[in-house]
Design a protein around this ligand. Sequence first.
Ligand SMILES: [Zn+2]
Length: 398
Amino acid sequence: MTTTSEVLLPAGEGLSWLRQTSVDQARVLVAGCGALGNEVLKNLVLSGIRHIVVIDFDRVEPSNLTRSILFRQQDAALRRLKVETVAERLRQINPALQLLPLYGDVAHDVGLGLLRRMDVAIGCVDNRLARYALNRLCMRAGIPWVDGGISRLEGTARVFRPGENCYACNLGPEGLNDLARRMPCAGTIRRNETAHRAPTTSLIASIIGAVQVQEALKLLQPDTLASGETVSLCGKMFHYDGQYLTTRLVEFRAYDDECPVHEPWWPVQPSSITPATSIGEALRLLGQQLGTTDLSLLLDDDCFVDGVERMTDGRYIPLQLPGREVAAFIDRHPDLRGTPLQALRQHEYHRIDRQFPYPALTLARLGIPPGDVLHITDNRREWFVEMDMTDYTAFCTR
Ligand SMILES: [Zn+2]
């Protein structure tokens, strides 16, 4: 039987180095559905990629329309979710497409289990925190990722591969410290970094988005990279200057043995735990599975905030929220709104064990997304336990 994708997308034509099986089997995650994300998604689907996970937390706005091929006026009028909108439009290009839209933030809302089932990720995000988070996920999952950045008439593309090149290592100690202070787990209440949105055009997004997809397609065939048939951008940065029509390749490689960010999370064992499992039950199941009762669940990337204390009058306001949600909660709270964050002390947990006072709360309340990998320790050993992946079975089975 001839599938629609075969009719629309003739195999291998014009891309002699690209095997159809690599394309058919490939699973690609795209983070961000802005100008760059639109171009990347369009290129992926036109290249014949059929399994795509896309994550974004934004809605379509009128200002997006001049630089986003997949959005229409009515999407902006209805303020539709970008992930839903791109899913609908991409299925019109290829009805055989299996696209999983995730509404959320790449820093917190994608389970590592899902990343582990991807072959490559493509970053179409516009700030360092999101790049740092995507890099951390990809390095833990052991998959490469392709970063793109656009601004006015300039654009860049970079490739990061576990064992070779890491975004965090390239930031250097100062950049890393600065970023670490902005993390929700840094011990203080942080407002979300508002991304500096430089005006961009669809033209620069077209160029950089095309380079990103070309690099991603190369990464899908590690054997052709190893044999030298294709050459990866990994270790270099592609820079395009639209003002002077120049392109440059500059050295961009760092992989420091001491870097805690690019540690692979391996080996991983499966479990039946879901975000709806209570903390008490999860600790019991994990204890059974791992053969120890004295275990802690480590919240490496965020913390659980029990409450905040107002320093001026000692008033305690219970929250029971992930650290990343605290600033927004304070902004909404009638008594706290406008209080400088420095005037509030945060009571937080970085590890969850038998002493945790709220065992009836669910893992979701700790901010743990579906399909995540739990980092467990008994202070001597550590384990990585993947949560239930049933919801993704259809998508992840090759
Ligand atoms: Zn690193």
